[in-house]
Design a binder for this molecule. Structure first.
Ligand code: FPP
Length: 237
């Protein structure tokens, strides 16, 4: 059997954690049970990414559109964030630099406080960058960046013709970070769903049929192998 090419050093991988609801339904469990299992998988995959030398890992945990879900499901996801963010202090020990992507305005004060403490406590870590997207939307993120630039124009600090792509990148939640090399979406769906829209301009997409709560370290090895066999041209030949 051919050996997998699982070299992951220096990679930025984006994860769309999809399929929690279907996983639960298949077992006759409430959707919230799928999110709970999904959170455990999240924690294990973060550890594995650390071990194999991934440079950045970005996880889509809650989108700007997810508020449309039933109240009890939203509450349960928010509870899981708090539970796992407490555990996130372990990431300090694991040397991750944790960043939260998204608009924090509608989030509860205690959750935002936790997020800020974790970012502050891990900012000087030198290991993997761990991005967790909560109330994140790619279009919303670009809108925020455009507003910030418009304000600078209004204040006379910037001429519209001097706006560059780099200036837009710098004003995104991922400002200063490397763009994703590939976006991984389990659960069989083949959509970007508003995740890292700007940043994914040249990202490869890897889709897998496994539901996120069933996703294993071996599945990640398979995805990395698939990515390592792609040829990236960035618009060239
Ligand atoms: C998508 O599956 C998943 C979500 C909207 C929530 C993701 C949340 C977690 C994995 C839990 C907590 C995360 C952290 C960072 C601790 P879906 O519900 O859309 O699944 P479906 O398409 O099968 O319905």
């Amino acid at each position: 059997m051919q050996q997998l090419d699982t070299r992951a050093e220096g990679l930025h991988i984006g994860f769309i954690m999809d399929g929690n609801g279907r996983w639960a339904k298949k077992r006759g469990l409430p959707r919230t049970a799928g999110h709970k299992k999904g959170a455990q998988v999240f924690q294990d995959i973060v550890r594995y990414c650390n071990q194999i030398g991934v440079e950045s890992a970005s996880f889509y945990a809650f989108s700007t559109e997810n508020w449309k879900r039933p109240e009890n499901e939203v509450e349960s996801i928010m509870r899981l964030f708090k539970e796992y963010l407490i555990k996130a202090f372990d990431y300090k020990k694991e040397n991750n630099r944790v960043c939260f992507l998204g608009d924090r305005t509608p989030l509860s004060r205690d959750l935002v406080q936790m997020m800020e403490e974790i970012e502050e406590g891990t900012k000087n870590n030198t290991g993997m960058t761990l991005n967790i997207a909560i109330n994140y939307g790619g279009r919303d993120e670009i809108t925020h960046a455009v507003r910030a630039l418009a304000q600078e124009v209004q204040q006379g600090k910037l001429a519209p013709e001097n706006i560059t792509e780099q200036m837009i990148s710098d004003r995104l939640y991922t400002g200063g970070q490397k763009d994703p090399d590939f976006i991984l979406r389990p659960s069989g769906e083949k959509r970007l769903s508003n995740f890292l829209l700007w940043q994914s301009a040249y990202a490869e997409f890897v889709y897998m049929d496994v539901l996120w709560p069933d996703f294993t370290r071996h599945d990640l090895d398979l995805a990395i192998d698939e990515y390592n066999h792609r040829t990236r041209r960035f618009g060239g030949i």
